[in-house]
Structure formats: structure tokens, C-alpha cells
Design a binder for this molecule. Sequence first.
Ligand code: FES
Length: 486
Amino acid sequence: MFEANINENLFFPFSEETLLSELLRRAGENISMPCAGNGTCGKCKVIATGSLSSLTQKEQTILTDEEIKNNIRLACQAKATGNVTITAETLAPVVEIDFSWEDYPVPYDYTDGLVIDIGTTTIAAILYENKEIVKKITEENYQTAYGADVISRIAFDKEHPNLLSNLLQKQISEIITRCDTPKNIVIVANTVMLHFLTGQDVSPLGEAPYTLTDFFGKEYSIDGVNCYLAPCISAFVGADITAGILASRMAESKESAMLVDLGTNGEIAYFDGSALYTTSTAAGPAFEGAGIFMGMPAKPGAIDRVWIENSEISHHVIGDAIPRGISGSGIVDVLAVMKTIGVLDESGCLIEEHPLCQRDHHGKPCFRIPDTDVMIRASDIRKLQLAKAAIHAGILTLANKVDTLYLSGGFGAKINSNNAEAIGLLPKNFAKTTKALGNTALFGGTLALFSKDIRKQMSELSRNVKSIPLNQNPYFTGLYIDKMQF
Ligand code: FES
């Protein structure tokens, strides 16, 4: 029998040669594996010492000499052949909820329960007892390995029916079990995720006329456990936005307001002072760090801020750790800095003659953040360009300006809005006030967890919102092309 020492706090026995990723999985440690273990994304890096298999061809391609010297391995490639020590950057809890009960004067019917927000990329859950948070869970959606966004998941489902549905049901069922299966459970998610969760056909959501089999807004049995699934608005705008509109209280005054969820689906809600409109832009997960070479969640080791000070480029790393990657807010900042110093041109190309334009270990041009090994590649810039153009164009398709702009999502809570305007992620001078609200889907879900009245309000709201589809909208398409420029 061998032993794996995981993150210096867990000793895990195993009996035969095993992939490090499998050992971590069995030990309950969840690491990011966007390429499903194909050895191509480089996101499953761990520090490993002890009895290990030799470097594979794929590891030699992905890892730098420096990383190899520092015992970094790809968990999906390296095998433990005896006793090992593994230090893994597991997905740390990043649930953020800043909630004041006094702000929501509705009758409360419950004080305990579990609220789950199923994002396309991340699943977050909070368990309450006596209205106090007793457990927070954040983990990557297992489906991420089968496509970055809902469109690619729908396409995958066509070829492999039920696989994604079973995977999501299993993951949610595991979370519920880990929280001791409370009686009161509320789930918020986008429309596609709720269809997968309830085992319903997702194909009508992926092709015109984009119809829903179910709007939800009632109780369902998930693996034998009753859960309230919050109501959706359209094929593109899900229960997460219904919950977000309620949590932000954006439609409660006569002033105009917009709620932008800077997540994978780029959902937007707009209130013009009397009516609510929603849309969704399929921005992709680039600003959540997914699909970006050195992108990572906002956790220790991530560069989360970059700025120019006394003509020098400075950066901040979460947890004062050695920089290992860059989070969404850091990506926005670094693009703004690259634009300012002229290493990035308007069309999104790296200026190879610029003294700060370097070559990565494959000889490709990149921008390396000074004093770190963290780099932004041309291919990263391309993905970010598509994401920011989609969000910017989506916003302007609904309104030219608003009184208040609410940004939701973990990434939205941390971005520098001046830099977001500088790189064209948000329109310039669009709102009188900009407020970051964190995870509004979880806020709204929590309200629904405790109040039957809120559940009723959600259902009414979801029926009264006008949905604006952007596909084949020539105004949106024109803006989208235009807003690719930096
Ligand atoms: S999971 Fe992508 S390289 Fe290991």
C-alpha cells in the first residue's frame, strides 16, 4: 500500500500506479480540468514529489523548464508509482454573498436550507441554519470538460444523449448529500442547466425558434430530493437573472437601471423606468479565466490587479503568493496597461517590435507581466476581444445610457470599471453610478429559499419581462464587429 500526502493535510492510501488527477478526485479535491485530461490545456498543474512516472511528451510540450525544475506536473498525465506528496491548487471557496435581511422586508417562512447556483462554469452553494451561513461550496461544473459554453454543451448532448444530464444530476446530488440533504432547497441556474438538471430535451434551446420545454418556477425531484427550481425568462435568460433582478431591486424605482452578469452567458437585464427587458450575449468564459493560457480563478497565486506607477508596471497577487496565473480583474487591467504602453494595437494585435513584447517557450509573441512568468498570448487576446465585444454590443443594443449599472458575478465585483471602459468591455460614460453586487443569483436564490412570497414575485416577474434575442439582430451584429477594436 502506498500513501499520497495531499496539500499537507490529507494522507490518502492507494495500492497501484494511479494518475495524480485520479488520486485527487478520490481524495475529494476538485481541480480544474477544462480539456478533460487530454494534456492540452495545462490547467491541472500540481507540485508533485516522490515516486512518479517520467514526464510525458505532453508535459514536455506544456511545461516550461522553470516549472519542470520546480516539480510542477500535469495531474492528468503524471502517475504516482509509490509514495508521493502533491500540492494542488484546488478550487477554493469563492462564494461571495453580502446580504442584509433588513433590505428585503418580506415575510420569511423558513430559516434553514440550501441554495445552489448552477453556473455554466462554476457551481456555488450556501447552506443556512437559523439564517446563518454554515457551509459554502464552490466547484467547477463537471460539464466544463465537454464545452465552455451552453451552445457547445447542447451540441455535445446531441452526440452523447444523457451524459451531461446525468453528470449534472450526480454533481448536484453530491452537493445536497454533503449538506446533509436539507428539506428546503432552492436552485437557480440558466435555462440550459435547468433543462439538463431535470433531464429535459435541450435541443430546442440551441436552434431557432429557441423554445423552452419548461419555464420552471416549481418543485422538482432531483435524485429523489424535492428542490424548488426558480423560474426562467427565455431560452437565453434563466432563473439566475430572475433572481438577480429581485436581489438588485433594480426595478423598484422610476430610475433606469441595468444588471449585467459578466459570466459565461453575458446575461443582461434593463429597466427603463417602467418595463423590464432582458437579453443574453454568449460572451464565453474568457473573463472568468477559462480558456486563457494562464487564466485562473481569483484565489492565492492569481494576479488580480495590474497598474502603471512611476512609469513602471506593477501588479498585485492574491495571498502574497508567487504569481501563477491571472484572474478576470487582472486580465481587464493588463489589457488596459498593454493598450496604454502601446504593446497592443487597436485591432488587438501585439506589436512585435515593442520592447515588452516577448516570446513564450513555443516562440509565439506574448506580453509577460514584468517580474513574473505570467503572460498573455495573442490567442488569449483574441478570445477576450470576442467576449468584450459581445458584452459591450449587448449593453448598447438595450440602452444608450442608464442611471445605475449593476455588475453581478464574482468577476464583476472586482473589476476596475475605468479599465473595463478603457478596453471596451463596458461603454464609456454609460451610467451615472456603477455598483458591483457580487453573486446576485445566490442573493435572489437565498431570498426565495426563505420566502414563499419571493417565489411568487419571481414567477410574476419572469412572465412580465420582455426578451430581446440578439441572434440575427443587425444592430447588435454591427455593434459587435465595431466593438472588437481596443
Ligand atoms: S486537464 Fe488539461 S492538461 Fe490536464
